[in-house]
Design a protein. Structure first.
Lengths: 151, 287
């Protein structure tokens, strides 16, 4: 079926199987490989994207459900060469190590700061609860988020 | 092995009437597909035997929360995120808000729906214990019309429920009779976030002059279905609060639930924790 959506401010129409996972369409059809696959079952958050203003796990969204929607991936977070404050903070404060969880962490953090510009530590923990990291440890990630909003 | 995606159909009806007409025309052929947070997991694992789905996610008729003097009514597509931000739910049905906040992470809460949590019929689901304790009723609709039934009679066995192949779960309503009650919801899992429960207790009751009244208790992950613990409630209703009453209630609870050993926990652990949670609830009631 033909599916039209807006991805990182660009309108695209693709011929897709309706049950195809949004994650696979992003990576394989659109070559937006910044979105990662971790668990493939909605537990790790590596495949997080923003769908109509809310973060979702793109491994759990069939493309038939994004017809007419707006999607933002990690590739759409920076403004041209200007990194988002969250991205810069992850670099400056060691919030990333192997990098697989990072795109999802950054999108979850950006979403949190959009909803809540001055989050408490509990807010940060809740906001990132759906994103698992297996190497950096969470403290440097939390610190990066704190530094991002203090800027 | 991963599923072969071209084998699956996901058709998007233009209205609720269209969706119901399709379900009625070919009963059993089509199943509803809402936020996908359970079905897509099975799909990826190659464990989704049914092939044809109706995409109900976009049906506005199944969204929204309505409040009257006597009830609050949730569209079946109300998400966990919607639940947490509603002031009446926060004030009068806090256990449902807490269940919603402890179901997966935010990305799941933005897609998972209360209706989906009910019809997915997992005994470990997080919102059903709260819905049972709040005496929820559910509305099933089809081309033949609508019928309401008490949620406590809906699940009849493991993954079995009283819904016809042409019916859709449309709304869930709860009576606004919780004022003055102590609400206690606790989910016990392996870790705080992103865990499926080993045991989950939702309970409320009132205490007047040390006498227990309007006691309602429901448990998840301790039986083939999420259970309302009627015998335990009977052991507490009208009783004086105290050590003896707590002991009697725990004994009743032991008779009423049938936990098993599985990948998440053991029967022994679940029974002990269920009794601990009941005790903690009753102590909280007087605190």
């Amino acid at each position: 079926m033909l599916i039209t959506f807006n991805i990182n401010n660009e309108s695209r129409t693709l011929d897709l199987f309706p049950m195809a996972r949004l994650l696979d369409v992003l990576r394989e059809q659109l070559h937006l490989t910044g979105t990662k696959e971790g668990c493939g079952e909605g537990e790790c958050g590596a495949c997080t994207v923003v769908l109509d203003g809310q973060i979702v796990n793109s491994c759990l969204v069939p493309v038939a459900q994004v017809n007419g929607s707006e999607i933002k991936t990690i590739e759409g977070v920076a403004h041209q060469d200007q990194l988002h404050a969250v991205q810069q903070a992850f670099i400056d404060h060691g919030g990333a190590q192997c990098g697989i969880c990072t795109p999802g962490m950054v999108l979850a953090a950006v979403d949190l700061l959009n909803r809540n510009p001055q989050p408490s530590e509990t807010d940060i923990r809740n906001g990132l609860a759906g994103n698992l990291c297996r190497c950096t440890g969470y403290m440097k990630i939390f610190e990066s988020v704190v530094r991002a909003y203090q800027k | 092995m991963r599923a072969f995606i071209p084998n699956y159909q996901l058709t998007t009806p233009s209205s609720l009437a269209d969706a119901l007409a399709l379900l009625n025309r070919e009963p059993g052929v089509w199943k509803p597909f809402a936020g996908g947070t359970d079905l897509m997991v099975l799909l990826e694992a190659g464990k989704l035997p049914h092939r044809n789905y109706v995409n109900i996610w976009g049906l506005k008729e199944l969204r929204g929360i309505e409040v009257t003097d006597s009830h609050i009514t949730l569209g079946a597509l109300t998400t966990y995120t919607d639940v947490q931000s509603h002031p009446v739910l926060q004030n009068e049905f806090p256990m449902l808000c807490q269940a919603a906040s402890e179901t997966g992470g935010l990305a799941i809460q933005n897609r998972g729906t209360i209706g989906g949590n009910i019809v997915n019929a997992s005994p470990a689901a997080d919102s059903p214990p709260a819905l049972l304790a709040y005496d929820a009723e559910i509305e099933l609709i089809s081309t033949d019309g609508s019928r309401w039934l008490p949620y406590r009679s809906f699940h009849t066995g493991y993954k079995q429920m009283l819904i016809g192949p042409n019916e859709l779960l449309a709304r869930i309503r709860m009576p606004r009779n919780t004022r003055g009650a102590t609400h206690y919801y606790r989910k016990v899992g392996t870790r705080k976030a992103q865990a499926i429960s080993k045991v989950c207790l939702a309970a409320l009751a009132k205490l007047d002059d040390d006498q227990i009244s309007d006691c309602r208790i429901a448990l998840g992950s301790v039986a083939p279905i999420v259970v309302r613990c009627v015998q335990t409630e009977d052991a507490l209703q009208g009783q004086k609060h105290g050590a003896g009453t707590i002991k009697t209630a725990c004994a009743a609870l032991s008779q009423e639930i049938s936990p098993i050993d599985d990948i998440r926990s053991t029967a022994d652990y679940r029974l002990q924790v269920a009794k601990n949670l009941l005790t903690d609830f009753l102590l909280t009631l007087r605190a």
